[in-house]
Design a protein around this ligand. Structure first.
Ligand code: ADP
Ligand code: ASP
Ligand code: MG
Length: 418
């Protein structure tokens, strides 16, 4: 078995979908293709959810119409018009979703979010399946929600490995020349409600399928040559890394390198399944291989930048020690608001944390904390992580910027920069 995964950045237009045709056609037998939503569809659907829950149905409807047109433009780009099975099916699905968002939310935010946002992957896979069929590639479209079963923690659902394992094995094993096309990022509860696995979670779906099916390898096809020493969109001189250990890839993903979702590595490591990151522009190039490495790797400094961070310092008002008495309380607040803490530094009477600022949830935590603590914060900072750092690498990152915090371990330097 072989698992291929294509992400939204590879599939932002008809050209992107055309690009993958040959790759899918040339793949050996027994292939599962995992696809995420087209382009920035998930972000756009998040805006629909926001308007819907704000009670602004006009705005929600407009946003949805923009998404529909985006998809239909791609359909036209592929099939010449929308007057065909693909176009009609899409219009029906959008109409259906339009009806759904008109109904007042009868459930919590996260549950509604998953029912709406999960559509992106359903649309993309339908379009791609129709397109491959038109190109005489035998395909079977699979609704992953029938097989990938999760708990009901909407927006961050956890896979029920036992139930999913047997369902997936039954339907996905050895499909022969038929290419199985399915959705990343989504699943469903045993009650049949759609769930999502966390943003950027399609990579993880590929790893789950690989684990269950004992795949020979997973290939994540990207708009970049492989895993690079930094985000090439920010650092044009970034170098491609030919080989990484599971551990190194996990560290990079954990620190925020967007190229792989951090949850992807564990299932692959557990079954020793290699992960290739390759460019769909040059499919014959080797890309990056992530696997079990038993020799030392000579790595260049690797940079990971997390933007939109806020540095929050918390100190007890009564001068009590921070660690013994207060840590549990502070972290449980971040946990309740689902804010991940990206860096921690403590002294006797204060703790400083670098956390994601996006979506403003952090201000709710700050307000809660202010009830019991003295809270100070610095907004709009970057968290820069350098693996295999050296003086030159640190100078390169800090030049002309104010360093608010610095933390060094043997292999990793982390800097909070204004
Ligand atoms: P997909 O939609 O296929 O999941 P993403 O947009 O999530 O793709 O990830 C690909 C992008 O990740 C690249 O376009 C690149 O800008 C960015 N990126 C960030 N860090 C790295 C890195 N170290 N190596 C390669 N790409 C990176
Ligand atoms: N479409 C989802 C997202 O944008 C999942 C993914 O791209 O992996 O988060
Ligand atoms: Mg991604």
């Amino acid at each position: 078995m072989l698992i291929y995964k294509f992400g939204g950045s590879s599939l932002g237009n008809a050209e992107g979908i055309r690009n993958i045709t040959d790759i899918v056609k040339k793949a050996p037998e027994n292939l599962v293709v995992v696809v995420s939503a087209l382009g920035k569809t998930t972000n756009a659907l998040e805006r629909v959810v926001k308007h819907q829950l704000d009670g602004n149905l006009t705005k929600a409807g407009k946003e949805l119409e923009t998404i529909r047109q985006f998809h239909q433009t791609i359909v036209t780009g592929l099939f010449g018009s929308t007057d065909n099975e693909t176009g009609k099916e899409l219009n029906n699905s959008f109409r259906d979703l339009g009806e759904f968002i008109k109904k007042a939310p009868s459930s919590g935010y996260d549950q509604t979010y998953d029912q709406i946002v999960s559509r992106g992957e359903l649309w993309s896979t339908r379009i791609i399946a129709f397109w491959l069929m038109k190109n005489e590639i035998p395909v079977r479209w699979m609704d992953i929600r029938e097989y990938l079963k999760t708990d009901n923690i909407f927006r961050d659902a956890h896979v029920d490995w036992q139930v999913s394992g047997s369902l997936i094995l039954k339907e996905f094993n050895n499909p022969g020349s038929e290419r199985l096309i399915t959705q990343g990022f989504i699943g469903s509860t045993t009650g049949g409600l759609s769930t999502t696995l966390g943003r950027e979670g399609s990579d993880y779906t590929a790893a789950v399928l690989a684990y269950v099916l004992d795949a020979k390898k997973v290939v994540i096809w990207k708009d970049v040559p492989g895993v690079m020493s930094a985000d090439p969109a920010i650092f044009p001189d970034a170098e491609k890394l030919d080989e990484l250990s599971y551990h190194e890839a996990l560290e990079m993903a954990y620190y925020g390198a967007k190229v792989i979702h951090p949850k992807t590595i564990k299932p692959l490591h557990n079954k020793n399944i290699p992960l290739y990151v390759k460019s769909f522009h040059s499919p014959d190039e080797p890309g990056t291989i992530i696997h079990l490495v038993d020799h030392p790797l000579d790595l260049v400094p690797v940079y990971v930048i997390k933007r939109d961070q806020i540095l929050v310092s918390v100190a007890p008002k009564d001068y009590s020690f921070i660690v013994e008495e207060n840590l549990g309380k502070i972290f449980s607040l971040f946990n309740i608001y689902r804010i991940s803490v990206n860096l921690i530094q403590n002294s006797a009477v204060s703790i400083t944390m670098c956390v994601n600022q996006t979506n403003g949830q952090v201000y709710k935590v700050i307000n809660e904390l202010k009830k019991d603590f003295v809270v100070r914060f610095n907004e709009d900072v970057d968290l820069v992580t350098i693996r295999y750092y050296n003086r030159e690498a640190i100078d390169k990152m800090t030049r002309g910027r104010k360093v608010l915090l610095e933390q060094m371990s043997r292999l990793t330097a982390q800097l909070v920069l204004k």
